[in-house]
Design a protein around this ligand. Structure first.
Ligand code: AMP
Ligand code: MG
Length: 545
């Protein structure tokens, strides 16, 4: 594991601030254990016996100054499979804890994530490269540190899809089959199978999670806590530092407020596009307000605030779609608790939570106005309009993505005084969104809502001069036409498991432009097929990955 021998490969520059600024675990033997008083442990990726490149993301490569030829090179394959280190890489696994499903779980840590280092690109940006599935670390507890192809395809495709949707997220550079076979009990029913192993190289400015701070506070390591907060401020929030000075108590509070705002923005985006994370434990919350850890996530098909794709959460439904804004707030409260030793007062921390509520409300109103094509949200009247819409969307199974996209084509006949179309005619353009035909009563209620919406559009056009064209453009910029429906990912996985990566590549192209009409891909703008309703991977997923 030394130097590169591929002449075409441009060797990047590394500046590993996390490991040079924070305390290392003095123990270097790679065995599972509690790691106290340290932020990370040195560890080496497990060699992959027969690596094979499945896909890479050209946009991420470009960000890192890798050329197309670099990504196709043997060096790239060996490095991002875990077989070779580039000069300047210093691999480590970091230590964090977390609340899982509402309970403090103690030390978790990078159990199957190995950070290779912080690449500095030509623009001077630091990007941490992290292999997911590259073998055991001191944080692996009883598990193998590996990842299977199906969950790696899901992470690779979805994190990039989210980025192109405008949702803050970690990125994915590459997806590589390792040649290893990995044993997984997908249904937790005592029937484990051997599955192909894979490694994704994830990329983010920082992989620090709420749980990184929590673990120090839980262990009363207040010096390490302050060190980590100060490091995070210097590395990722330098704009918050007082002029030339070191952070103080006010800086810490301003920082928490920024985390509250970016977290609110992230969740508002999820709600806008119909994304359900599935495992919003505090160890899965990024300090940068980015979506992180793509496990049993899912996309709403039928609009249902109570839906969760995660079978492990089927009982309590703690992380159901409609609960996400509240859960993020709960998680922020845990982060605020973790920072308490540096603040030593409760009120300013409560004020941080208020910042979250206000920011979420602001984003949600802005997004709902845009989803409906309105120039602005009128509190009161529009709250009612939206509440009524959410009720109407649940009269029968109604595809969220298709509904909002087709709503842009609803013709409100703005220059006519009245609209004498009957219910059926009004609703006709929305029919492809309904999984079953509406009964008469539901049709009446849905049409009533459309008439109220029409009145609202008339007012918007009088107040703001919005015409039909402007409205459609506005809506199509926030209501995606194409999302990574669960069955689409599963189809790509089924083929990939047979050695055919073409569907992964097709979905990469499709999901690069989710808001654009792409006539060659029109067949993806369709309801979930019947066969996918109850199939594993399509409607329900476990944490086994
Ligand atoms: P997750 O539910 O994927 O967010 O993982 C929770 C914790 O379990 C984290 O500390 C992970 O690193 C760890 N973990 C999950 N899967 C594995 C695995 N296959 N091997 C080792 N650690 C794992
Ligand atoms: Mg996790």
């Amino acid at each position: 594991m030394t130097d590169t021998d591929s002449p075409s490969f441009t060797a990047p520059h590394f500046d590993n601030r996390f490991v040079s600024s924070l305390p290392a675990d003095p123990e270097t033997e790679n065995v599972p254990r509690p790691v106290a008083g340290a932020s990370y442990s040195w560890v080496r990726p497990k060699p992959a016996p027969a690596p094979r490149l499945v896909a890479f993301a050209p946009e991420v490569a470009e960000r890192l100054d890798f050329s197309e030829a670099d990504c196709q090179s043997e060096t790239f394959l060996q490095v991002f499979a875990g077989n070779q280190l580039l000069p300047g890489m210093e691999p480590y696994a970091s230590c964090y804890g977390g609340h899982q499903f509402g309970h403090w779980a103690g030390q978790l840590g990078d159990g199957r994530a190995i950070n290779l280092g912080e690449l500095v690109n030509a623009r001077g940006e630091h990007w941490t490269l992290q292999l997911k599935g590259a073998g055991r670390t001191p944080y692996s507890r009883g598990a193998d540190g590996l990842a299977v192809l199906r969950s790696s395809v899901r992470e690779f495709l979805c994190s990039e899809a989210m980025h192109h949707l405008g949702v803050p997220t970690t990125r994915a550079l590459s997806l590589i089959l390792t040649g290893d076979k990995v044993e997984r009990d997908m249904f937790y029913d005592g029937n484990p199978q051997m599955e192909p192993g894979a490694v994704v190289c994830r990329v983010a400015r920082s992989f620090t999670r709420f749980g990184h701070f929590q673990i120090h506070t839980a262990r009363q390591e207040h010096d390490q806590l302050r060190q980590l907060v100060d490091f995070t401020l210097h590395a990722d929030f330098p704009h918050l530092l007082p002029d030339g000075g070191e952070p103080d108590r006010d800086t810490y509070l301003t920082w928490l407020e920024e985390v509250a705002r970016t977290t609110a923005q992230m969740v508002a985006h999820w709600m806008r596009v119909g994304f359900v994370h599935g495992v919003m434990n505090t160890d899965n919350m990024s300090i940068l307000g980015e979506t992180i850890d793509y496990g049993p996530y899912g996309w709403l098909e039928g609009y249902d605030p109570d839906w969760t794709p995660n079978t492990t959460d089927a009982q309590g439904r703690r992380y159901r779609f409609g609960a996400q804004p509240q859960v993020a707030l709960w998680n922020l409260a845990q982060l605020a608790n973790a920072i308490h030793p540096l603040i030593e007062a409760v009120e300013p921390l409560q004020a941080v939570l208020e910042v979250y509520r206000e920011e979420y409300q602001r984003c949600w109103q802005r997004d709902m106005a845009a989803k409906l094509g309105l120039a602005e949200f009128e509190a009161g009247a529009d709250d009612e309009l939206v509440a009524e819409l959410q009720r109407v969307l649940q009269l029968t199974e109604t595809d969220m993505t298709i509904f909002y996209r087709l709503l842009a084509d609803f013709d409100p006949r703005l220059d006519e005084e009245t609209d004498d179309r009957d219910d059926q005619a009004l609703l006709a353009p929305l029919e492809p969104a309904y999984y079953q035909p509406l009964d008469e009563e539901s049709r009446r209620q849905a049409a009533d809502w459309l008439r109220r919406y029409r009145e609202r559009l008339v007012r918007d056009s009088v107040l703001h001069g919005t015409d039909v064209h402007t409205r459609r453009e506005r809506m199509n910029r926030v209501n995606p036409k194409y999302v990574l429906r669960n069955y689409m990912a599963q189809q790509a996985i089924d083929l990939a498991e047979r050695g055919d990566f073409s569907e992964i590549h097709r979905l990469q192209v499709l999901l690069r432009r989710p808001y654009d009409e792409q006539p060659e891909f029109e067949h993806y703008f369709a309801q979930r097929p019947d066969w996918a309703r109850d199939r594993a991977g399509c409607s329900m997923l476990s944490c086994s990955s």
